[in-house]
Design a binder for this molecule. Structure first.
Ligand code: IMP
Length: 194
């Protein structure tokens, strides 16, 4: 089946295409003719995920799914969380967001953190959500060149290296995004739509 993915983030699109099983063809927003940024104005990851899925589904009258992801750091009261994309300010990018985390974590022994993804599948006014969590630790400094966002400072439990030091396949085997997508795909299979 074809599935519209409501995301304007090319890194996420790449990962979702690689994660999706062969019987799911992912359709990006460009293919749908939408080039803009999607609004994320809610105060929770669940809320932002729903906002994006509902917007695209209603605008184009198609079933679609969206995801929202946050990095939750225990010692920072789960910051940056829902504000992960704009932690250092609205106009700042990955480099500044990562720098802000490392600065705030200076001298802190508890490095526990988790990535949380919530996928929302929105279809004809109804929706379901699927959560994926990967636990790990925040490094003392950046490691690795791959991936995007906070990948270079996050080591998943028992993996010994950051997401950014992994190949795309390695990250996709254990990532928060993969876990939420797997639940979503199982849901579609149970509905017999795959
Ligand atoms: P959003 O889900 O588009 O709001 O993304 C939140 C921010 O979290 C993004 O701008 C990225 O910086 C970061 N992010 C999302 N997913 C990942 C990931 O898989 N690895 C590292 N950073 C991520």
């Amino acid at each position: 089946m074809k599935l519209v993915f409501a995301s304007s983030n090319p890194n996420k699109l790449k990962e979702i295409i690689a994660i999706a099983p062969p019987n799911i063809q992912i359709v990006g927003l460009k293919e749908l003719g939408f080039e803009g940024e999607l609004e994320e104005t809610q105060t929770t990851i669940e809320g932002n995920s729903l906002q994006k899925a509902e917007f695209i589904s209603s605008k184009f009258n198609v079933p679609c799914f969206a995801e929202d992801t946050g990095l939750e750091i225990e010692a920072l009261n789960n910051e940056p969380g829902v504000y992960s994309a704009r932690y250092a300010g609205k106009k700042e990018g990955f480099i500044d967001n990562v720098a802000k985390v490392l600065t705030k974590m200076e001298g802190i022994k508890n490095r526990k953190a988790q990535f949380k993804t919530v996928i929302t599948y929105y279809n004809q006014g109804k929706y379901v959500q699927f959560e994926g969590i990967t636990e790990g630790e925040i490094t003392l400094e950046r490691h690795g060149e791959g991936g995007f966002g906070y990948d270079c400072i996050f080591i998943p439990l028992n993996s010994g290296k950051t997401y950014a030091e992994m190949t795309q396949n390695e990250k996709n085997r254990l990532s928060h995004r993969k876990k939420s997508f797997e639940k979503f795909a199982n849901h579609l299979a149970a509905l017999s739509v795959l």
